[in-house]
Write a protein of this length. Structure first.
Length: 90
């Protein structure tokens, strides 16, 4: 599912066209949850989760809202370009 163009049932800032979201379901019964793998230019960037929803459609709408807000926040921060885990300064 591409997060662009806008959908009247999904709120939040629009995501650029190179961002996509793939939704899946893990677990069974009360322990089940839906997740969205967020990709930019086909590279995994983030995984978001919702639990306690009644249907896949509801999960997709909620995850799309979360994804749009997460992407907007992500794009507003400076990035160094490195994805390595470096030691924290003490």
């Amino acid at each position: 599912m591409n997060l662009y163009p806008p959908d009247e049932t999904v709120s939040g800032p629009l995501a650029p066209a190179d961002w996509t979201m793939a939704v899946g379901l893990e677990g069974q019964g009360d322990g089940a949850f839906y997740f969205a793998d967020i990709q930019r230019a086909r590279k995994n960037v983030c995984r978001l989760v919702v639990a306690g929803v009644k249907s896949e459609d509801e999960a997709r709408r909620l995850l799309a809202v979360k994804a749009r807000h997460w992407i907007d926040d992500y794009l507003s921060r400076p990035h160094s370009g490195t994805t390595a885990f470096d030691p924290l300064d003490r």
